[in-house]
Design a protein around this ligand. Sequence first.
Ligand SMILES: Cc1ncc(COP(=O)(O)O)c(C=O)c1O
Length: 355
Amino acid sequence: MGSASVDLKTVKLIHGGDLSSASREFGIPKEKWIDLSTGISPWSWPVPSVPEIIWQSLPDSGDGLGQVAADYYGCDTSSLLPVSGSQDGLQVIPSLLEQGKVAMPVRGYEEHRRAWENAGHEIAPYRSVEQLQQLVSTGQVAHAVVINPNNPTGEVIDRQLLMSLQQQLQKNGGWLLIDEAFMDARPENSLATECPTPGLIVLRSIGKFFGLAGLRLGFVLAPHVLLQKLEEQLPPWNVSHPARWIGKQALADDAWNRAQRQRLHSVSEQWHQQLAARFSSLQFIASSLFISGIGDAGLCEEIYRELGQRGVLARVFDEIEGQRMVRFGLPTEEKLPKVLKVLDQVAEEQLCTVG
Ligand SMILES: Cc1ncc(COP(=O)(O)O)c(C=O)c1O
């Protein structure tokens, strides 16, 4: 996340997965990297071969995707709109809402902050759930953005509490936007089932849990009137027919989805332990698709560099109040031995420096 003085309207935001930049930075060819810099599942839903007719067709809103997605999210079909990635929705939504102050996590997916600022809203940053509650209950903000679980901090806010915040905001005509791009492994925490509720917007992504970030498919769940306004702002054929065809099958594949949830729970738990055992001076927080460690800014930067020099790409986040965060995506079984070897070398290097 950028520091408060940076003008996000003009700066190109940095995201994980940029192997071309990493290659330039560390002088390692793209194909040699082990990329742990994103929260995208390294196990993708197995896409079947796409029939020619699907490639030839323009998107058809009557193809059944809406019903399958509504079943998966547990909401009504009329309260759901497919978009080309949740990014597509989050970028436009702030311009559809009345301008005001919006509560925003101080560390989080930066595209939210940029979108709200670009739409003329004023940002009220919060560092903790208590601060968020305070901003809402005292009427200091008109709207609130919650990333649940948050990327990169991994923090999760309880759904009961979120519903209470939503009701308080809605009383004054405000909105609660919950970004659930990383929610699929813990659907019990989702507020998708509450949609449509006046004043509530939920964003979902097919990119992360399904490992299909390149497909560019996501959903906005909100009251129908807002979805109509959103659709008017988006180009026609915004989501391609092949993306709809693939997304529909992935969402309907209960057996794969169950197995993926279990795999993510067990791999992320192990990965958390493996990282915490090696970098004890960082404080780790686990989430199903990434593990993030917070600590001294210099130390985080050094860990990121040491790993990078050895061909393992993590993601380091900007300094906030003297601390940085390093985020580690999940390694596959095949890559794990090499990754652990590199982690051991870097951890040893740290001990020598400290010692
Ligand atoms: C928290 C969060 N929300 C939304 C997005 C956008 O994802 P997509 O457009 O692929 O759904 C990202 C991408 O990294 C993210 O981290």
